[in-house]
Write a protein that binds this ligand. Sequence first.
Ligand code: FE
Ligand code: FE
Ligand code: FE
Length: 162
Amino acid sequence: MKLNNLNDLFLHELQDIYSAENQITKALPVMMEACSSDKLRTAFQDHLEMTERQIDRLDRVFELMGQKASGEHCKAMEGIIKEAESMMKEKAEAEVMDAALIASAQRVEHYEIAAYGTVCTYAKQLGLTDVMDLLHETLEEEKMTDQLLTQIAETSINLKAQ
Ligand code: FE
Ligand code: FE
Ligand code: FE
């Protein structure tokens, strides 16, 4: 697909995020299995459900744009998940593995925060208010999730790992 303008780039970025979110729904259940802390597992479960709603939201965005969701594969998310998978294969104390899972999960969230920040800016620039509202809702969820993970790490998981 040739990118002629910001609208084309916007659609390209949306496809990338759509792929990333779908990959995350497959990775989170695996991370939940590797997890020992109930608190962390619940946070992953909650974010899995949130991610499914974010995918629905992206479906609505594509609908509003008159486009189909498909095509792109987010290689960056594939890489982040691969790294998490190899970490999960390491021999580690349960508490240390939990800390490592948070480290991986926060890489995922930061990628998403960057991606959603970009498409929010594009949507605003393109005057797509309804689309921007949907994307902004997700951006705030990703930020909240990142903060929650930091809080769980600092108040519990990292202390146990230490
Ligand atoms: Fe997400
Ligand atoms: Fe990507
Ligand atoms: Fe997320």
